[in-house]
Design a protein around this ligand. Structure first.
Ligand code: HEM
Length: 421
C-alpha cells in the first residue's frame, strides 16, 4: 500500500481511550491511531473482517467495503435514520432534559431531514433543496470568494498562519450564517457550539452547552422573524407550509440546527485536509496551479480521499447485516471515508490523482439522505483552494508537530501551522 496520503506527523484531539488491540472486535474511532491514520486499519479489516464490531460507545458495527456501505445506505427499511443518527449521542431522546433549550424540550422531531424517515424526511428535504440548488449556490459565490480572498491575503502578508483554524474554519460558518441570516460577529460563537456538538460530543458538558447554545439562539431568532420578517432563509421557512398548515417552530429550529451542524464542521474539515495535502504534496500543488482546468476533478478527488463524515444509524431494536448481528440500541457506522479507499472500486485508492476520471465517491453519502448541501460544499472547497493558491502559490507546513487532527464523526485538521515560502 502506498502511504502517500497518510498523516503521520500529527497528533489527534479527542477523548481518552483504552488502547485498541484488535480492530475487528474492539475498534474505537476516537483512538488516536484511527484519527491520525485510519487507512491501514480499513485495509486490514477489509481483508480480515469487512464488517467489524465493537462494544465501545454503546456498541456498533463498522463496514469497510464500498459495496456494504452503499447497500446499507440504500436500505432505509432495515436501517432507518429515525432511531438516532450520531456516533456518540448527537441529540438527547425527545423528552431528554439534559440538553433541552432554555425554552422547553429540545427537539421533538429531531433535526430533519437527516434524523427522519419518510414522510417527515421527504417534505423537510424538499424545503431545503431549493436554497442549496446550483443556481442559488452561484449567488453565494461572490461573498465566499471575497471572504476567502481576505483571509488568504492576511496569511500571505504575515508570511505564516494556521491553514485550519485561521482559514478553513473561518469560511463555512460565515457562508451559512450569510444564508440563514446570522450576523457575522456570531461566527466564532457558532464555531464553538458546532465543535461542542460534533467534536466534543463525548463530553456531556460541552455537548449540552453546544446544543443549548444553538437551540437557544434559534429560538430567539425565530421570535424576532415572527415579529419582523427578514429577507433570509429562516423567515422563508417560517412562511412555508406543509399540507396547508404552517410548519411548526420546532421543525424550523431542527432544520436550521441541522444546516449549521451539517454544513460547518464537515466543509471546514474538507478544506483543511485539502490545504494539508497541498502543503505536503508540492507536486500536486504546482500541477493544480499550472493546470487550473483540473480543478473539478481535483475537488472530487480531495473529497474522496479525505472524506470527513462518518454518520451512523441507530437500531433501537437491533438487527443484522449480512449475518453480522447488531444488538438492540447499537449503531451502524456509515463509513463513507472507508468506502472511498476500497481498492475494489478505486485504482490506487491511497494516492490522490488530480485527474482521476472514475470517481463515484461516497463522501456525501448515498440514497435518500445523500448530502443536501453538496453543491454548496463543492463551491466553498473550490473557491477556498483557488483563493489560497492565488495568494500563496508556495507554502509548506511550518511545524509538523503542531498539526492536529480531530476524528470521530468528522475527521479533519484542527491546527495546521503554515509558512509561506
Ligand atoms: C464537504 C462537506 C460536506 C460533507 C462531506 C457532507 C457529508 C454528508 C453526508 C455523508 C450526509 C449523509 C448522511 C447520512 O447518510 O445519514 C450528509 C447529509 C446532509 N448534509 Fe452534508 N456534507 C457536507 C456539507 C454540507 C453543507 C455545506 C450543508 C448545508 C449547509 C449540508 C447539509 C446536509 C443535509 C441537510 C443533510 C441531510 C440530508 C438528508 O437527510 O436528506 N452538508 N452530508
Amino acid at each position: 500500500m502506498s502511504d502517500d496520503t497518510k498523516t503521520p506527523e500529527s497528533a489527534s484531539t479527542g477523548p481518552e481511550t483504552k488502547p485498541v488491540t484488535d480492530w475487528a472486535t474492539d475498534y474505537d474511532i476516537f483512538d488516536p491511531n484511527y484519527v491520525e491514520n485510519p487507512f491501514p486499519i480499513w485495509d486490514e479489516l477489509r481483508q480480515r473482517c469487512p464488517v467489524a464490531h465493537s462494544d465501545r460507545w454503546g456498541g456498533s458495527i463498522l463496514p469497510t467495503r464500498y459495496e456494504d456501505v452503499y447497500a446499507i445506505a440504500h436500505d432505509i427499511e432495515q436501517y432507518p435514520s429515525g432511531g438516532g443518527i450520531a456516533v456518540v449521542p448527537l441529540l438527547p431522546p425527545p423528552d431528554g432534559e439534559a440538553a433541552s433549550a432554555p425554552t422547553g424540550p429540545a427537539l421533538p422531531q429531531g433535526v430533519p431531514p437527516i434524523s427522519a424517515d419518510p414522510p417527515l424526511h421527504t417534505w423537510t428535504r424538499r424545503l431545503i433543496l431549493p436554497t442549496l440548488s446550483p443556481g442559488r449556490v452561484r449567488e453565494y459565490e461572490p461573498y465566499t470568494r471575497e471572504l476567502c480572498r481576505r483571509l488568504a491575503s492576511e496569511i500571505a502578508q504575515d508570511g505564516q498562519g494556521d491553514g485550519a483554524a485561521g482559514y478553513a474554519q473561518q469560511i463555512p460558518v460565515r457562508v451559512i450564517g450569510h444564508l440563514l441570516g446570522v450576523p457575522e460577529e456570531m461566527a466564532p460563537t457558532f464555531t464553538e457550539w458546532v465543535r461542542d456538538v460534533l467534536e466534543f460530543a463525548y463530553d456531556e458538558e460541552r455537548r449540552t452547552r453546544g446544543i443549548q447554545g444553538i437551540l437557544g439562539y434559534l429560538h430567539e431568532a425565530i421570535a424576532q422573524r415572527r415579529a419582523t420578517p427578514h429577507n433570509d432563509y429562516l423567515t422563508k421557512l417560517l412562511e412555508s407550509e406543509h399540507e396547508g398548515k404552517p410548519i411548526t417552530d420546532d421543525v424550523v429550529r431542527g432544520m436550521c440546527a441541522l444546516l449549521l451542524i451539517a454544513g460547518i464542521d464537515t466543509t471546514w474539515s474538507s478544506i483543511g485536509a485539502t490545504i494539508w495535502h497541498l502543503a505536503t504534496h508540492p507536486d500536486d500543488r504546482d500541477r493544480l496551479i499550472a493546470e487550473p482546468e483540473l480543478m473539478p476533478t481535483a475537488i472530487e478527488e480531495f473529497l474522496r480521499a479525505y472524506a470527513p463524515v462518518t454518520m451512523a444509524r441507530r437500531l433501537p431494536d437491533g438487527g443484522e447485516y449480512n449475518g453480522c448481528p447488531i444488538g438492540a440500541g447499537e449503531r451502524i457506522l456509515m463509513n463513507f471515508p472507508g468506502a472511498n479507499r476500497d481498492p475494489e472500486v478505486f485504482d490506487e485508492p491511497d494516492r490522490v490523482i488530480l485527474d482521476r476520471q472514475q470517481n463515484r465517491h461516497l463522501a456525501f453519502g448515498a440514497g435518500i439522505h445523500r448530502c443536501a448541501g453538496s453543491n454548496l460544499a463543492r463551491m466553498e472547497l473550490r473557491v477556498a483552494v483557488e483563493e489560497w493558491l492565488a495568494a500563496m502559490p508556495k507554502f509548506e507546513i511550518a511545524d509538523p508537530a503542531g498539526v492536529t487532527w480531530a476524528g470521530g464523526q468528522v475527521r479533519g485538521p484542527r491546527t495546521l501551522p503554515i509558512r509561506v515560502s
